[in-house]
Design a protein around this ligand. Structure first.
Ligand SMILES: [Zn+2]
Length: 232
């Protein structure tokens, strides 16, 4: 590939130099004697485009190089061919730029999509309150440090010992009085052996990190139990 390109390029260079020289000489001397008849326009077009089907030994080349009429036509066609090539190069450059722009947009879109996918990814967490106190209104005693991420959380809460089955309201609140609700969800408890557990979806994406309370309220009991928790 590379070799043949080099070779044809060298032939083209030589031909070009030669035809230019012929032309200049004729213009300068003002006397040229073309041999044979003028070739058709198709041949001149092929010649102008440096078609590989034309051999340098072709006598029509010699004619064209010495005939003012053919030469001017040839130069005219060569000019067109050159400007066509320039236009093609320009079009290629524009296409490349457009393609780059499209790729940038696609990449950006993919990145944004990826980011939003990350944000909407649900994080599963389990909070075990099994051994925490259930004395109403009292701060639970020893509680393992509970933390949830500032994300969409699918939290499974293992309810404290002796908890009733049924529908629960699960909430994350700023304080222990139930005000400043950050997120809440309802869930029906599911028995797992002795334990009752509820699973609720909580949107904590906009929650600032810091201390909060996790509260559980049974539909019939209506009393809320608060457990300290950190959002990280
Ligand atoms: Zn001619």
């Amino acid at each position: 590939m590379r070799l043949s390109w080099r070779r044809s390029s060298r032939i083209e260079d030589r031909f070009e130099a030669w035809i230019t020289q012929q032309h200049q000489q004729r213009v300068l001397a003002g006397e040229t004697t073309p041999t044979g008849p003028c070739p058709d326009d198709g041949f001149l077009l092929e010649l102008a485009h440096k078609s590989k089907s034309i051999r340098l030994s072709d006598p029509r080349i010699d004619h064209a190089a010495n005939c003012p009429k053919c030469m001017s036509r040839l130069l005219e066609l060569r000019g067109k061919s050159r400007s066509h090539r320039r236009r093609m190069a320009l079009a290629t450059a524009i296409t490349a730029c457009a393609l780059t722009a499209v790729l940038v947009v696609v990449a950006r879109f993919a990145m944004e999509k990826n980011t939003s996918t990350t944000n909407t990814a649900v994080v599963a967490r389990t909070v075990n309150l099994w051994d925490s106190g259930t004395v109403r209104g009292e701060q639970p005693g020893q509680l393992e440090s509970v933390s949830l991420p500032a994300a969409l959380v699918r939290v499974t809460i293992i309810l404290p010992r002796h908890s009733a089955s049924g529908l629960y309201l699960v909430a994350i609140t700023r304080d222990q009085n139930g005000s400043g609700v950050v997120a809440e969800g309802t869930a029906t408890s599911v028995a797992n052996g002795e334990q009752q557990q509820v699973t609720a979806n909580l949107d904590l994406r906009k929650a600032a990190t810091g201390p909060y309370f996790l509260s559980t309220t049974h539909e019939q009991d209506q009393a809320a139990y608060y457990y300290p928790l950190q959002i990280r």
